[in-house]
Design a protein around this ligand. Structure first.
Ligand SMILES: [Zn+2]
Length: 401
């Protein structure tokens, strides 16, 4: 047993025993004094077992205690929680089941024990049992929010999106709504599953519902754009990609290759139309040049004049990159299509090796876009890193941003 946990448990039991002793000492009731003295003796025995690294023997002592006062129940709950946190879920479950079976618990104590047992089951991967307990507690006065959060967590893990929607709606009735609305993402997940089955109409219906939340996610417009493109309606796809960018400019590196896919790469006129579209984006927001250059580098998108120009500017702005490339490409030839292509290719290789997405909430970074962060489980917090300082690879210590 790690020293820190042992110390914590020991402190717990000393407090509990001391409280019991004080109560007995100042109580006039002889029977109460005798009961409390017995309780204290049991605690010391349990504590002794714990200190001697015999948690099972300690557990037996606690299980056999016939009568528990409020402090003892509180201590049992803390002990169970400590066992769970240490990964000893079986012991936590035994403690909490034992507590629930006792007839002398108040309503609140019973709810606390039920909720704790639900957490044990969740940790043990026994989702069905946890779900049953949380469902029981969803209407309780004290644990409804915790229980509904538990249900949402289970349904998200099991990807049961319709049930997640229902649980989240119940939860939102109890909470003051904040800016974030997760339900549209559940509909997007349902649409994603329908898309895998090529059930486009069904996917569209889910995406329509995704637009009814408190705040829309740009993901919905992007997915509708993908459906339109898949069905050959490029004009509509481009409109929806535009809408995605208006809602969330940070998704540029996702939208750029999608929009490019709507044009025929080998056709000169088609390339010019794509070039005009990108020029419009830049005219609307001059500040996106760097993001555009980076997005084209990470997506390996080369050969579109306006984007190639942005990449060259991007390289020239960086002293380190400009110096590096001037060593292999002269000032006169840097404008050549072949030279731009080589620069692009070199940067593309570096960019592919770096983390391209980061969660705003917890900083988790990875190589692909997760709509739910795998680390902190927040929704819609991971975005492409809009700009990467390639110099950071040349001079370690320079922070990427
Ligand atoms: Zn995160």
């Amino acid at each position: 047993m790690p020293a820190e946990s042992t110390l914590l448990l020991a402190t717990l039991f000393v407090i509990a025993a001391a409280a019991g002793w004080a109560f007995a000492r100042f109580s006039d009731n002889k029977q109460r004094q005798a009961d409390t003295a017995q309780l204290s003796a049991d605690y010391y025995r349990g504590l002794n077992y714990l200190l001697n690294q015999k948690p099972d023997e300690a557990l037996e002592v606690f299980m056999r205690m016939t009568e528990l006062d409020d402090e003892a129940i509180e201590t049992h709950l803390l002990l169970g929680s400590l066992f769970r946190r240490r990964g000893e879920v079986d012991r936590a479950i035994r403690i909490h089941q034992n507590l629930i079976a006792r007839p002398d618990l108040t309503g609140l104590q019973r709810d606390q024990a039920l909720y704790a047992l639900g957490e044990d089951y969740l940790k043990a991967g026994l989702f069905d049992r946890a779900e049953d307990l949380y469902e029981q507690l969803a209407e309780s006065e004290t644990h409804s929010v915790d229980a509904l959060e538990g249900l949402v967590n289970i349904y998200e893990q099991e990807r049961e999106w319709l049930r997640a929607i229902e649980a989240r709606q119940r939860l939102e009735k109890l909470l003051t709504p904040d800016g974030r609305d997760v339900i549209p993402h559940y509909y997007c997940e349902l649409a994603q599953e329908a898309l895998k089955r090529k059930a486009f109409t069904e996917a569209r219906q889910f995406l329509k519902k995704a637009r009814t939340g408190r705040n829309r996610t740009a993901r919905g417009a992007m997915m509708r754009g993908d459906i339109a493109r898949e069905l050959g309606d490029c004009e509509l796809a481009l409109k929806l990609y535009e809408r995605t960018l208006q809602q969330d400019p940070e998704l540029l590196s996702e939208i750029l290759p999608r929009a490019h896919g709507c044009f025929t790469k080998t056709d000169k006129e088609s390339t010019e139309r794509f070039s005009r579209l990108v020029t419009e984006w830049i005219t609307r927001n001059e500040a996106i040049r760097d993001e555009l250059a980076y997005a084209s580098i990470v997506n390996g998108l080369v050969g579109v004049p306006v984007i190639d120009e942005a990449v060259l500017e991007y390289v020239r702005q960086s002293d380190a990159l400009a110096a590096l490339f001037s060593a292999v490409v002269s000032d006169e030839t840097i404008q050549d299509a072949g030279a731009i292509h080589r620069i692009h290719k070199a940067l593309h290789r570096i960019a592919k090796r770096s983390s391209r997405y980061r969660c705003r909430d917890c900083g988790f970074s990875g190589a692909k876009l997760y709509w739910q962060c795998p680390s902190c489980k927040s929704w819609d917090t991971t975005r492409p890193i809009g700009h990467f300082r390639f110099e950071s690879l040349l001079h370690p210590g320079v922070v990427t941003g």
